[in-house]
Design a protein around this ligand. Structure first.
Ligand SMILES: O=C(O)[C@@H](CO)OP(=O)(O)O
Length: 245
């Protein structure tokens, strides 16, 4: 469904809407494991969260013009469930640059196992610092995307062995600048289904937050966060969809 017009606020500022949605709970969220680019499924709770997100948007008669997701099944599947609950036949455009930050050698480990293997500080710094990089993978590790068929065709130098939030924010930029931002500039309402850290960096970019402020942002699974943007894509306000329903 195309937006026929860009809605106007009382002050006459043109508004377009960007919905940021962290996928529903995954089985590794449930089991408290570092996930990153590991491609795990939604839990049954996550499927229900995705359904509820779609119902909320549908009940609000939310007009959506395009939908993007990461290539990871927990995000893509969430997007598919949301669109189906909204009875919308939009394609889900997948972009690997919307994948979660890569957790390097921490992927597949729980917090305790990670600390036992790498020590407290390497794990802690990954979680509390914007520039904190996880212990990196070796190039021959099966968890390196360069060894996975789904990423064939992408320059191997672009694929991560482990990322800080800053590095993840940087690799998102070509997708944001060339693909998503132009849609918003044309007044189209956009849904992005992605991941906690990747979306936190995007919120930081939109709101001009400091790295410290970004690290404090919380982003629960399965709750659509709506940003109303003016013509210059400056946020006018933002709210969780379930706070206004
Ligand atoms: O990858 C992970 O471990 C989590 C938290 O960073 O991300 P998400 O559940 O949002 O994919």
């Amino acid at each position: 469904m195309m937006a026929e017009f860009i809605s106007e606020t009382k002050a006459g500022t043109a508004i377009t809407r960007l919905v940021l949605l962290r996928h529903g709970q995954s089985i590794w969220n449930r089991d408290k494991m570092f996930t990153g680019w590991s491609d795990v499924a939604l839990s049954s709770k996550g499927e229900q969260e995705a359904e509820r997100a779609g119902v909320l948007l549908q009940q609000a008669d939310f007009i959506l013009d395009c939908c993007f997701s990461s290539t990871l099944q927990r995000a893509f599947e969430t997007a598919r469930i949301v669109l189906s609950a909204m009875a919308l036949k939009l394609p889900v455009q997948k972009c690997w640059r919307l994948n979660e930050r890569h957790y390097g050698a921490l992927e597949g480990l729980g917090r305790l196992a990670a600390v036992r293997k790498f020590g407290l500080w390497p794990v802690l710094r990954t979680q509390i610092s914007y520039d904190g990089e996880p212990p990196r993978l070796e190039m021959d590790d099966a968890r390196f995307p360069g060894n996975q068929s789904g990423y064939a065709g992408i320059d191997v130098k672009e694929l991560p062995l482990g990322e800080s939030l800053r590095l993840a924010a940087q690799r998102l930029q070509p997708c944001w600048q060339r693909i998503i931002k132009p849609e918003l500039e044309h007044g189209r309402n956009v849904l992005i289904v992605s991941h906690k850290n990747l979306l936190r960096t995007l919120m930081g970019q939109l709101e001009h937050l400091t790295p410290q402020q970004v690290m404090k942002l919380k982003l629960p699974t399965g709750r659509p966060l709506v940003y109303e943007l003016d013509r210059t894509l400056k946020p006018v306000r933002h709210y969780y969809m379930d706070e206004i329903s």
